[in-house]
Design a protein around this ligand. Structure first.
Ligand code: ARG
Length: 565
């Protein structure tokens, strides 16, 4: 139940101010001792021609009795409301228990489709740590939207087209050895690709050769297409390994190549609208009215580029899905690219362009020298995930030597730790990659939250009594009340995450939930024999609601839970 809204309704009745206005003005007092929610009476002073303090006093005296309200108290110009703890606990927890796994869900997204494009690595190139950031964010956002009732589509916009494939084909024809490639496809393809660049410095005719191969590819030439397909397939096999570790799937792998036959139409549309202008032999859309550099559509040799494919992709997505939002989870360095794309779409297609949204994120920094230098400057993702799992395995074996199936536990905790680290802060912030922070079982980390979950589950397993029909009104201590209030704010955290494209609200929510749970658990005995049986039942039920909510919130971050660790 929304207590704040109930209070607002009452204030509205007695002051005849509009309820939404009141709700908008209501505040949470900085200190819980000042009440659960407050209404500042300042806006009423003008209308009622009295001081805010006098109005607060008058309202406090005449405020009607409500079953969940202990008192309304005037303090300066504020009217502070104190809920009755027992009443609050009972009403809220009964409702939450009733909802079960649906608690926190909403139908605000009913009938609306949200596309989340994320991950989008490049064929024959390493799946790097920036792609992992995109993967963690996009995966979580999609789950959050689905939780709120939206229809979602997960799109992997693979980088599988462009002049670089001409280079790769040329390199392969010169130095490629399928046997070596099969053993470690991406590293080997990267190696010959790098070699191409080195050789092309000495012999520029290689560049012409590469251009010719890409032209053949665009024309659909059989042999080059077969090669391209081969590169794409072996790369996907490698990417799938990582997605499998992360437990991530996609609804569409329509990457750049998918749009190779859909760009002529876009160029035609732009030209029909008179938006294409010549610039040094190339065709561009002028964006000076938006204060941006022109968006290149066709190079001087007539070939399309990254931006052209993105325009075709957006138009295709609009036609296919009629989206409510089309979200691109791509690093902030590409911010200008997306602003240009959206500006061109606005000129070309009008209104729906504003439903396209670039969700950027910061850089990942590696103070740990060891991580940053393998194979040039690239950090291989699979290595990072494997290392996290093996470090976690070490910690778990040391902490709980007789745990069952430590490998599976380490897998879930180690991967969860990495995902958590990416979703911990505002996404625009750069991340400093640190194993110590990430795997600190006592700090703000994935393992800390997962451990709290396991701890709660262990209490429930050890309990000698069920807790059906527990009397929640017995839960009135500070720690219990704080915990319950926090549990009740789950829906707000999820909605904030969706509205701001920031899974970190859910992350912060679940971290605080774990902290409050531990505070409750450390202050109040639950299973001890001297605890009154009714109180024990109520506390067990609170443990149950807490762990369910932790599990639900972690799932929205893509993080799994374990029963023991
Ligand atoms: N493949 C690109 C890269 O690795 C990201 C693709 C972003 N999505 C897009 N629609 N342009 O940088």
């Amino acid at each position: 139940m929304d207590f704040k809204k109930k209070v607002a309704e009452k204030i509205s009745e007695i002051t005849s101010l509009d309820e939404p206005v009141i709700l908008g003005a209501m505040e949470t007092p900085p200190d819980p001792k000042m009440g659960d929610v407050a209404f500042p009476c300042f806006p009423l002073a003008k209308i009622m021609r009295k001081s805010p303090a006098a109005i607060a006093q008058e309202l406090a005296e005449s405020f009607p009795k409500l079953d969940f309200l202990e008192k309304a108290e005037a303090a300066g110009g504020y009217l502070n409301f104190f809920y009755s703890r027992g009443g609050y606990a009972k009403i809220q927890l009964e409702e939450i228990t009733q909802l079960g796994d649906d608690y926190g869900k909403s139908d605000m997204g009913k009938g609306k489709t949200v596309l989340v494009e994320f991950s989008s690595p490049n064929i024959a190139k390493p799946f790097h740590i920036g792609h992992l950031f995109s993967t963690a964010l996009g995966n979580s956002l999609e789950k959050i939207y689905r939780f709120l009732g939206y229809d979602t589509v997960k799109i992997n916009h693979l980088g599988d087209w462009g002049t670089q494939f001409g280079k790769l084909i040329s390199a392969y024809k010169r130095w490629g050895d399928p046997k070596v490639i099969e053993k470690d496809p991406i590293k080997e393809l990267l190696k010959i690709y790098v070699k191409f660049h080195e050789e092309a410095k000495k012999d520029p005719s290689l560049e012409d050769e590469a251009r010719e191969y890409f032209r053949l590819l665009e024309e659909g030439d059989k042999e080059t297409t077969e090669l391209w397909k081969y590169f794409r397939e072996i790369s996907l096999v490698e990417f799938e390994k990582v997605y499998k570790m992360l437990n991530i799937t996609f609804d569409s792998y329509n990457g750049e190549s998918f749009y190779s036959d859909k760009m002529d139409e876009v160029v035609q549309m732009l030209s029909d609208k008179g938006l294409l202008v010549e610039s040094e032999g190339a065709k561009v859309v002028d964006l000076s009215d938006e204060g941006m550099p022109p968006c290149m559509i066709l190079k001087s040799n007539g070939t399309t580029i990254y931006a052209t494919r993105d325009l075709a992709a957006a138009i295709y997505r609009h036609r296919t899905y009629n989206f409510y939002r089309n979200i691109y989870v791509v690093g902030t360095p590409q911010a200008l690219h997306f602003r240009q794309i959206f500006a061109v779409l606005q000129k070309l297609c009008g209104d729906w362009a504003k439903d396209c949204k670039h969700v950027g994120f910061g850089l990942v920094k590696f103070p740990d020298k060891k991580l940053s230098t393998r194979e040039g400057d690239v950090v291989f993702l699979e290595d990072v995930l494997n290392e996290s799992v093996s470090k976690t395995l070490g910690i778990i074996k040391a902490n709980s030597p007789d745990i069952e199936d430590p490998q599976t536990v380490a897998q879930k905790v180690g991967i969860g730790a990495v995902l958590y680290a990416f979703l911990k802060n505002n996404r625009e912030k750069d991340i400093v990659f640190s194993w110590d922070t990430m795997l600190d079982f006592e700090g703000e980390s994935g393992p800390y939250v997962q451990y709290t979950y396991a701890r709660g589950r262990s209490i429930l397993r050890r309990a000698d009594t069920g807790f059906d029909g527990a009397d929640f009104s017995l839960l009135t201590s500070d720690e219990e009340y704080e915990l319950i209030k926090h549990i009740c704010s789950y829906g707000d955290a999820v909605v904030s995450s969706a509205e701001k494209y920031e899974p970190f609200y859910v992350n912060r929510y679940v971290t605080n939930l774990a902290k409050l749970f531990n505070k409750f658990y450390n202050t109040h005995p639950i299973l001890r024999s001297d605890v009154d049986p009714e109180l024990k039942k109520a506390r067990l039920a609170l443990v149950d609601v807490s762990v369910r909510t932790i599990k639900s919130a972690l799932a929205l971050l893509g993080i799994e839970t374990v029963e023991r660790m």
